[in-house]
Design a protein. Structure first.
Length: 133
């Protein structure tokens, strides 16, 4: 029995076609708008389209950095609330409502980023750790 010759796999995956300017603006703006759902939409859009559109690459990183900053804020609020609730026998557990305030702030800035990127203008969040450069 004869086997077909073995083909070596390519060392780099095939990249998708470059995005058109309209598609580039669309995915960049959706990276910002996805922030309403937290960081996964921005992460997925950035990972999939970063090499296909320069505007999407920049705006995706910006949106992802902002969402990761908010995630750190959520963890800090929940940790502080848990510790204070344990120390005060639950009296300060009401501080967990600050997560809703943080979500609302994130949603407002995400929509502002969406509106700016939709028009083709880069958006810079007023506060964000630059974790991904």
């Amino acid at each position: 029995m004869s086997y077909p010759p073995r083909q070596e796999p390519s060392s780099t995956p095939a990249a998708g076609a470059p995005l058109s300017p309209e598609q580039d603006r669309l995915w960049a703006s959706l990276a910002h708008l996805g922030g309403i759902l937290s960081f996964p939409p921005a992460l997925i859009i950035w990972l999939v389209f970063k090499d296909r559109g320069s505007f999407t690459n920049g705006e995706g990183k910006e949106a992802l950095n902002f969402q990761l900053t908010l995630l750190i804020g959520y963890v800090a609020i929940n940790l502080a609330t848990t510790i204070l609730a344990l120390l005060t026998f639950g009296l300060l557990s009401v501080l967990s409502s600050l997560t809703w305030v943080l979500w609302l702030i994130g949603a407002i800035f995400s929509v502002m980023g969406y509106l700016s990127a939709k028009d083709g203008k880069p958006y810079r969040y007023p506060f964000s750790l630059r974790l991904i450069s």
